[in-house]
Design a protein around this ligand. Structure first.
Ligand SMILES: Cc1ncc(COP(=O)(O)O)c(C=O)c1O
Length: 414
């Protein structure tokens, strides 16, 4: 039987692309284990931004002059890169947003306000980031729809056995979930949820903020209706992201933001809207940011999403093994087969912020807090956790430094 080798990446070699790693922190090598909150940027993306500003910058879709045409070409080229990255049928279905949060708000407001009402049910999960929880909770309360939460198993996975009860509480109109949880790293069964949602005539909304940087995404395989993600978590600039939505839904929706660029004709009596995707891109676009986002897509695609996923899986297995050697350390979340490169934990008796501060003295950057998942923290019975997260440039040595740092935390804080 032929054995196909899993694609491999060389994190040490990739690290050389990231100027930020050339520095030390507190005299120690920088161990950046907080990529889930935002990723570092490679030279290729920084160079693309500089080159764009130096050679092609102008406003898009406005001018008939050379620079505007070049700028428009680069901006629309980036849209096509996003389309290919998620295998969307058409680039008209790709809306540039400020990030995942704006994309999810766009759907909640522009779809939800006109399609939800009393008797309808909106389902989110106990694992949601606030950006896919609060907009739905708010729009449900504005429209009179019921807002319900699919609970978790003890392992931190979605308890799908709860679906039928939720489904019996009314007319399910929205199922909203992340593909990968930013707190526990859980990889969620979106295809199954899409099927369940569609059987009931509901839309499936996917928050892919933690998935897009780390694994290949195909909206046609996921069979969802909307999918949102951010550039800054995948080697690109801040303040830009993308929302993919089915053209028939986007076409039927009212705009979210109003103003320049998104109109067809404005008179005192009436304004009509531009075509997709411009209808949803009011105001001056994040032009250079979108071009940088396109460069980031080129970068992670050249490394290879499968190789990134495999690398992070190895790191996760290693980290879970090493962390479980430490006494008094509580680990949250599912086994490595069903989780991405994100590990939440607590050191018994020590507040997560104190843990993170001592680790910083060792040059190790991890996150401490509720990770914008307060309902999940309530479920875990904690106010906060520590979280280490990995990316294509993460080295096993950084995990060793985390483990050594945690031993130091015990020595210092007891
Ligand atoms: C799962 C998840 N969804 C949404 C977001 C929001 O992303 P952004 O702040 O880039 O809009 C984050 C950011 O941490 C996230 O982890």
């Amino acid at each position: 039987m032929a054995v196909t080798a899993r694609p491999k990446l060389d994190p040490q070699q990739l690290r050389a692309d990231f100027p930020i790693f050339e520095q030390t922190v507190n005299g120690k090598p920088l161990s950046y284990l907080d990529s889930a909150v935002t990723s570092q940027k490679p030279r290729q993306v920084l160079d693309a931004l500089r080159t764009f500003y130096e050679t092609s910058y102008g406003n898009v879709h406005r001018g008939v002059y050379y620079l505007s045409e070049r700028s428009t070409e680069a901006y629309e080229g980036a849209r096509e890169k996003v389309r290919a990255f998620v295998n969307a049928p058409s680039s008209r279905e790709i809306v540039f947003t400020r990030g995942a949060t704006e994309g999810l708000n766009l759907v909640a407001y522009a779809w939800g306000l006109d399609n939800l009402g009393p008797g309808d049910v909106v389902i989110v999960t106990e694992l949601e980031h606030h950006s896919n929880f609060v907009p739905w909770q708010y729009i449900a309360s504005r429209t009179g729809a019921s807002f319900r939460m699919l609970r978790l198993t003890e392992d931190g996975e979605l308890d799908l056995s709860g679906l039928d009860t939720l489904g019996s509480e009314g007319d399910v109109k929205v199922v909203a979930t992340n593909l990968v949880s930013n707190s526990l790293g859980t990889v969620n069964p979106v295809e199954r949820l899409s099927r369940w949602a569609h059987e009931r005539g509901a839309i499936m909304v996917v928050d892919a903020a933690q998935a897009a940087p780390h694994r290949a995404i195909d909206v046609q395989v996921l069979d969802c209706d909307f999918l949102a993600f951010s550039s800054h978590k995948m080697c690109g600039p801040t303040s830009v992201g993308a929302l993919w939505g089915r053209a028939e839904l986007l076409n039927a929706m009212e705009p979210f933001n109003l103003g320049g660029h998104m109109i067809r004709r404005v008179t005192v009596e009436k304004t009509t809207w531009g075509e997709l995707p411009h209808k949803f891109e009011a105001g001056t676009a994040p032009i250079a940011e979108a071009v940088g986002f396109g460069a980031a897509i080129d970068y992670v695609s050249a490394v290879g999403l499968e190789a990134i996923e495999a690398h992070e899986h190895e790191l996760t297995v290693y980290a879970l093994e090493r962390l479980s050697e430490l006494p008094g350390l509580v680990l949250y979340g599912p086994p490595p087969e069903r989780r991405a490169g994100i590990i939440s934990f607590n050191v018994e008796g020590i507040h997560p912020h104190d843990v993170a501060q001592v680790l910083d003295l060792e040059g190790v950057a991890i996150r401490a807090g509720h990770h914008c998942c307060q309902p999940l923290m309530d479920r875990l019975g904690v106010v906060a956790t520590n979280r280490a997260s990995f990316y294509l440039y993460t080295l096993p040595e950084e995990i060793d430094r985390l483990v050594d740092g945690l031993k130091r935390v015990r020595e210092i804080l007891g």
